[in-house]
Design a binder for this molecule. Sequence first.
Ligand SMILES: [Zn+2]
Length: 203
Amino acid sequence: MNFSSKLLEKAVNEVSQLPGIGKRTALRLVLHLLKQPTINTHHLANSLTTLVDEIKLCKQCHNISDVEICEICSAVSRNSEIICVVEDVRDVMAIENTAQYKGLYHVLGGKISPIEGIGPHNLTIESLVEKVQKGLVKEVIFALSSTIEGDTTNFYIFKQLEKYQIKTSTIARGIAVGDELEYADEVTLGRSILNRIPFENSL
Ligand SMILES: [Zn+2]
């Protein structure tokens, strides 16, 4: 691509770093931004800068949050004895949308994947085990997507928690294998949490 402007080229290169965005799409988006009132593009740039500068991870559940302890963890209406283990913030949002779950979450930040070089220590598994160790947790629900990586991660955590003799369960699957949680419809996902099954039964 031959650019008539270095500034344009730089912006296109940055935008094309985003997943699923090729150079042509990046050019289209950048030209669109140029056509907008300047203030709109400033708002976009500012919100991204503020996001990366100020976003936090909740100290308890590792979910993305504006404050040290997220709204879910600090809500007195939530049952802190039940913890639902999920991969990332999108899963928390999907489950929250069902309005069927009143426990807390634990966000792993990914799944064990040897191919991608992600081991148990790259995730927040240790802090989950610590919570259980303290004796304040009665049930851990596994709600990872049922891919090989999801199953491997569930099993690894299950083994880590086995000796503490708490209840472990997995969400019942109305969801086809390989489907990601965030794409499940709210009714199916809500039902699959209510109808969760003992983890041992899923092996
Ligand atoms: Zn939290």
